[in-house]
Each structure stands twice: as C-alpha cells, then as structure tokens.
Write a new protein. Structure first.
Length: 191
C-alpha cells in the first residue's frame, strides 16, 4: 500500500511518541499509574503541610487537590466516571521527609484504560498499553468460571472434541433416550 510506513519507520515514530509522552508526563505536578480497574495519583507536597491544610474534592466526574489558599495542583474533569464510595485519598509522609497526597480512584467501568487523569492534561496513547498478565486467582468467582469454561471449550475445539455446551446437549439427549425407550432415535441428528 503506497504511503504506509515501513516497520522501521513505525518503530521510530512509536519511539518518538513514547519519548514525547514521557516528557509531557514528567512535567505534570503529579505521577499516576493505572490498571483497568483503578487509578492511583501521587502528588508531592511540602513536609510541613497537614491534612487540614488541604482542599481535596472527589466527585464522580472530577477531582481537585490543592493546598488551601493556593492554586490547585490538579483540578479538572475525569475522562470517565469513578465510583466515589470506593475512591479515597490519604496524606502520607515520605522517607525523604516530604509528604504526598495519595489519591486512589476506583473506575466505574473497570475494563478501560484512561489516556489521562484529567481531560486538560496531555493524553497517552492507550492503544500502546501492555497490560500485566493477570492470574485466574485474581478474578472474582463468576468471571473466573466464565474464563475457565472458555479455556476448556477452546482446548476441546483444538483437539476436535465437543465443547461443554455440546457435551451438555449430548447428556440431555442420552437421558431423554433412556427415559423414552419406546421412541425411535435412529434418524435423530444432533447439532
């Protein structure tokens, strides 16, 4: 296809984009990390600041963290909603003697990456995020059961064997045939 970048051009562009994003993020007055389920923000502040000196507001759609009487360190709208009942902030003393406001945001949609904490901040390319591998034991019971069933069915298909749903249909048919010996099943087709 004419005009398509070569793999080396694409790699160079990706590297430049990552460097630009890292530079933009380094200029922010806070650091942040995320998983698909939550987001954590660390905001360094002077060591003499106490909790009562802070003005922190978390709503479903916005955040404000400021030292009273000063401009906000971070303030703005979230790109997506949070669960306010599960979101918290704490003031922590660091080993260096400084302090930080640690904000934990629980995402309302626990299956999406955020490009930024607030919409006014520089955005990351979320398509380039490589998530950490999760373990089945990290999942809740219902999700784990669904994933295990999908994995079993995938293995069965690869070996040319029936899936769990197909096994269930076969068992139901066998039971029905056993309960109704008077019926002729010689022309029955099971799909």
């Amino acid at each position: 296809m004419p005009g398509s970048p070569t793999p080396s051009e694409r790699e160079r562009t990706d590297k430049e984009d990552r460097a630009r994003e890292a530079e933009e993020q380094a200029k922010l007055p806070y650091k942040w990390t995320q998983t698909t389920a939550d987001l954590d923000v660390s905001i360094p502040i002077p060591g003499n600041i106490k909790g009562r000196d802070l003005d922190v507001k978390l709503t479903k759609t916005s955040i404000k963290v400021a030292i009273k009487g000063q401009p906000a360190i971070i303030e703005g709208e979230f790109p997506h909603a949070i669960r306010t009942d599960e979101s918290t902030w704490t003031l922590e003393t660091l080993s260096s003697g400084g302090k930080e406001v640690a904000v934990h945001l629980d995402k309302a949609n626990r299956m999406e990456w955020w490009g930024h904490v607030v919409t006014s901040a520089p955005k990351l390319d979320t398509t380039k995020i490589v998530p950490e591998n999760s373990k089945l034991s990290d999942l809740d019971g219902q999700t784990r059961g669904m994933v295990e069933k999908m994995m079993f069915d995938q293995r069965q298909k690869e070996m040319g064997l029936p899936t769990s749903d197909e096994n269930k249909k076969q068992e139901m048919l066998k039971k029905f045939m056993k309960e109704h010996p008077e019926m002729d099943f010689s022309n029955a087709k099971v799909s």
